[in-house]
Design a protein. Structure first.
Length: 105
């Protein structure tokens, strides 16, 4: 398995080749001259210093998105639930449930 440093070396080698080809084809490099000194080095150093995300960070991200999606689905389901229709109680329901004031359920 290749290490991260190998990839950096490959990218830097390709960048050097591209710079040589641009000089050889006499392309206008005025835009490249406008960049500050050491800009490419800083960009490469920043790219190399970024940590590689591990598998636990991926699972953490997936579970957070899953939790957010589940909460959103619950909120939508609660907001769209139908209201309970008012229905006439049968004599059996009146006997079992009783008046609301008596505290029977």
């Amino acid at each position: 398995m290749k290490r991260g440093g190998d990839r950096l070396e490959e990218v830097l080698a390709l960048a050097r080749q591209a710079a040589r080809r641009a000089d050889a084809s006499s392309v206008d490099v005025a835009s490249a001259e406008a960049l500050p000194v050491g800009f490419a080095t800083r960009v490469a150093a920043r790219w190399a210093s970024t940590p590689v995300p591990g598998e636990w960070e991926l699972w953490d991200r997936v579970t957070r998105w899953g939790l957010a999606l589940a909460v959103a689905v619950c909120v939508v389901a609660f907001a769209m639930r139908p209201s309970e229709p008012d229905r006439d109680l049968t004599p059996f329901d009146q006997m079992v449930m009783g008046p609301v004031g008596e505290g029977r359920s």
